[in-house]
Design a protein around this ligand. Structure first.
Ligand SMILES: NC(=O)c1ccc[n+]([C@@H]2O[C@H](COP(=O)([O-])OP(=O)(O)OC[C@H]3O[C@@H](n4cnc5c(N)ncnc54)[C@H](O)[C@@H]3O)[C@@H](O)[C@H]2O)c1
Length: 324
């Protein structure tokens, strides 16, 4: 059904050369979207991630910056729906350089909303983050109960949610925010000081090294395979009879594992037994994270089909075939 739906439609994926964005692009192309446009400045993404599509007549790559409103306007021309993924991820990066995080995540987001408004885009679905819950001790996390944010990154994502709601109400736009909880999967970058835990662990184990864990490893996360996030984006984009005035949804599996459990599962799947290397805790990190996904299930018909172990298997296969 969705396949027929996409055939006549034009999509913009900002950050489409990144990890989650390129998985969204893959889905849209595989489901016969009329046109897919990617706006990405390749700051943390890679042209390699969208290479299979560059020669397709229904695909356009704009190497541009969401901090430049002219690029945003150009990218939104003729677009029906916007998936906004472009941002500078990572809590530590934002602590080291809050201005860069603010410029891209807050000002860049505002630019995109203005461009989407001016192009009369039908709906914008954007990436928020579980970091918005900050110091709230409540578990599981329910959308309307947030704490105080613990990092500039979290503040930038909170800003998105505030602007999302205000733009929807002020300019009569359709906008939905998705609070992602630790997404992982193929094409997540394992390199660099701001890499996420799962690709770092996989990379270490595949290279016969001990995985480094910040803290005692007993901190928990609701790790979510990227195909679930793609499904959530599609469902949020096409959901009917939902609140589109900046409403927010948790996107996760609704189960949590500790980093120590995660490393053991990876060791089992790879067949290694390297002892983790425990390092100092990182400032700005939350201790426990677990989502209540009832709202997304009920309103969007979201159903995270792929659980952590299956997701890790698929992720490992990708790492083995593409990086080794
Ligand atoms: N991966 C996660 O677990 C997770 C969790 C919560 C939220 N998010 C959010 O999801 C979105 C996608 O994250 P990801 O993990 O795919 O990260 P990613 O770094 O792989 O992708 C982000 C993409 O945005 C592009 N980009 C950055 N600055 C830009 C700019 N100024 N102009 C144009 N493009 C720019 C990058 O080049 C990259 O391709 C982000 O908004 C991120 O904050 C991710």
């Amino acid at each position: 059904m969705l396949k027929d739906k996409l055939e006549g439609l034009t999509f913009l994926v900002t950050g489409g050369a990144g990890f989650i964005g390129s998985n969204l692009v893959e889905y849209l192309i595989n489901h016969n979207a009329k046109k897919v446009i990617v706006l990405d400045n390749l700051s943390t993404g890679f042209e390699e991630n969208i290479k299979p599509y560059l020669s397709l007549s229904n695909f356009t790559f704009i190497n541009g910056d969401i901090c430049n409103i002219i690029d945003c306007h150009k990218a939104c021309e003729g677009v029906d729906y916007v998936f906004h993924q472009a941002a500078l991820g990572s809590v530590p990066r934002s602590i080291q350089n809050p201005i860069a995080t603010h410029n891209v995540n807050a000002t860049g987001f505002l630019n995109m909303l203005i461009a989407a408004r001016d192009a009369k885009v039908k709906r914008v679905v954007y990436a928020s983050s579980s970091s918005v819950y900050g110091d709230s001790k409540i578990l599981p996390k329910v959308e309307h109960q947030i704490g105080r944010q613990l990092s500039p990154y979290a503040v930038s994502k909170m800003t998105n949610e505030l602007y999302g709601e205000i733009f929807a109400k002020t300019y009569n736009m359709e906008i939905i925010g998705l609070r992602y909880f630790n997404i992982f999967g193929p094409r997540q970058n394992p390199k660099g000081e701001y890499a996420a835990a799962i690709p770092l662990f996989i990379n270490a184990l595949l290279n016969n090294q001990s995985p480094a864990i910040n803290g005692d490893g007993e901190q928990t996360r609701d790790f979510t395979f990227v195909a679930n996030a793609v499904q959530a984006n599609m469902k949020a984009m096409f959901a009917e009879n939902v609140n589109t005035q900046g409403d927010i949804y948790n996107i996760a599996v609704g189960e949590r594992v500790s980093l120590n459990q995660l490393v053991s599962t990876l060791q089992k799947l790879i067949g290694t037994s390297f002892q983790p290397l425990y390092k100092a805790e990182r400032p700005g990190d939350v201790r426990d994270s677990l989502a209540d996904i009832t709202k997304a299930k009920n309103n969007l018909n979201y159903n995270p089909e792929i659980k952590i172990e299956e997701g890790l298997k698929q992720t490992l296969q990708w790492f083995i075939s593409y990086t080794h």
